[in-house]
Design a protein around this ligand. Structure first.
Ligand SMILES: *[C@@H]1O[C@H](CO)[C@@H](O)[C@H](O)[C@H]1NC(C)=O
Length: 484
């Protein structure tokens, strides 16, 4: 119904004459079609696009200043986290920006809906023909070769010059994130299944279990008592944890805590939960989070595959928590993508959202990636490939080591320097020491002025996990996590 009504509305505008034209300026563009994608052809003029418009935030510099003020140990305001309203204030647009953008939309017969309570994102639905006209764009169908998945994107778009200080970006336009492929876990069946009595080990069984990590990193086993602090494990791609797998895992590897310890599930933007169809990544992340953070309430956030937000779900997840009055103390994510797939404006917007979550006291953790210097996945490359969101300085990027304490970098673990975000001052001494040590090795292949990552690394290889319900027999699997 909505669609029909809309087509009529835009037709009638054509009859009444073209809206006031404004002078346009290119706002974001790409020189070439990103690797892996091919141009299939123009998008049908009648296809309705759901576009998101980000308005310029009123005080992004103030946001970052405030973030450092509340998270820096030596600051007088350390730990004085902001309320939802206080942190939203920085991200929210000015009244002037809202008016300017909405007036321009109204000139074109477009109505917008505000997404969430912060007010910096609007959504509009317009046909391709109108989007091409008002953004001087060329919305086309691009196919991701290896999966055949199609998406409608443009290599360039413009906005009225008069809106430059008000309209931050239009999305999805020049962001090309490939669909995630099945995680290539390397699972090895152990010759013998340890009996619960034979565990826990302290890393001397040749595999990693909670006892091994507790002893490696002096992780306390005393239960947490503050029930309002909870921890979110974000899951994507219809990967779900299994409560029965977790129960078995605890029976084997945390005999000192109740095997009924479990997690809550929240479903974000079409995310689902089917405990009878567990995925290795979701099982692993949940079992080790609960197996190590003793008695910390854990919530698994299932972000839908159908939630096609153009960023692999990160935008929807960030919008969910930024618009929420209750939020976790920690959010951990074992997924990521490559920085160059995301437009720098979208990356910047997301990074500021993580900063705003930080001002509320949320520690945001992301895995650094699994492709070494080739980015999120092992691939051939010329220049080193940066991962996202690890290049954002306002979160903690976590890499992997192997061979136990103190360990060496795991060969697959991603690290490098952002091309979008410059080096934050908190990294100056560590990065300068590192660059001096590196000398001319690899010079020209990476951007030495960028934010370096990962921030911390820990054992990320040879984890044991139990997935009874997937294979209908008790077996222990050892593998190298794809994205630790
Ligand atoms: C290197 O990083 C800086 C940000 O630190 C950025 O401004 C610059 O464009 C980057 N260079 C390239 C070639 O991407």
């Amino acid at each position: 119904m909505f669609l029909k009504g809309f087509v009529l509305l835009s037709l009638s505008i054509c009859i009444w004459g073209t809206p006031l034209s404004r002078s346009l300026e290119v706002h974001e563009s790409r020189d070439t079609i990103p690797e892996g994608f091919t141009l299939t052809g123009p998008a049908s003029p009648d296809t309705v696009l759901d576009l998101q418009l980000a308005l310029v935030s009123s005080d992004p510099d103030g946001l970052i200043e405030k973030l450092y003020d509340v998270i820096t140990l030596s600051s007088a305001n350390y730990g004085q986290y902001l309320s939802t309203d206080e942190s939203n204030y920085f991200l929210a647009p000015t009244q002037e920006s809202m008016t300017a953008v909405n007036e321009w939309l109204a000139e074109n017969g477009i109505t917008s809906t505000t997404i969430g309570s912060v007010g910096n994102w609007l959504s509009i639905s317009i046909p391709v023909s109108q989007a091409n006209a008002i953004f001087d764009a060329d919305f086309s169908v691009f196919t991701y070769e290896s999966s055949g998945a199609e998406s409608i994107r443009t290599l360039s778009y413009s906005i009225p010059s008069s809106l430059k200080d008000h309209l931050d970006l239009v999305h999805p336009t020049v962001t090309f994130v490939p669909p995630r492929t099945q995680l290539p876990f390397n699972t090895v069946k152990l010759a013998t299944v340890p009996s619960p009595a034979a565990t826990p080990s302290a890393c001397d069984n040749g595999y990693v279990d909670p006892a091994c990590l507790q002893s490696l990193y002096s992780i306390p086993t005393t239960p947490a008592t503050e029930t309002s602090n909870y921890l979110v494990v974000a899951g994507y791609d219809d990967q779900y944890p299994s409560a029965s797998d977790l129960e078995l895992f605890l029976q084997y590897f945390r005999m000192d805590i109740s095997d009924t310890t479990t997690y809550k599930v929240i479903e974000i933007s079409g995310g689902e939960y089917n405990p009878n169809d567990p995925g290795v990544e979701a099982d692993l992340d949940t079992q080790y989070t609960i197996g190590l953070a003793t008695d910390v309430p854990v919530t698994f956030a299932s972000v839908g595959e159908s939630a096609d937000d153009g960023t692999g779900g990160f935008l929807l997840t960030a919008q969910y928590f930024i618009n929420s009055d209750t939020y976790p103390s920690v959010m951990t994510t074992s997924y990521g993508t490559n920085e160059n797939e995301i437009s720098s404006k979208v990356a910047n917007n997301l990074c500021n959202t993580y900063a705003a979550l930080g001002t509320r006291g949320i520690s945001v953790l992301f895995a650094s990636g699994d492709g070494g210097v080739s980015g999120s996945q092992s691939a051939s490359c010329t220049d080193f490939v940066v991962t996202f969101p690890s290049g954002c300085p306002y979160l903690t990027s976590v890499g992997a080591t192997e061979d136990f304490s103190p360990g060496t970098a795991a060969s697959f673990s991603a690290g490098g320097f952002s091309n979008y975000f410059s080096r934050p001052s908190y990294q100056n001494s560590a990065v300068e020491t590192y660059l001096e040590y590196l000398g001319n090795t690899y010079s020209g292949l990476y951007n030495a002025s960028g934010r370096g990552y990962p921030d911390v690394s820990a054992q990320g290889v040879d984890f044991v996990n139990l997935c009874l319900s997937t294979i209908l027999e008790c077996r222990v699997e050892m593998f190298q996590p794809l994205f630790v």
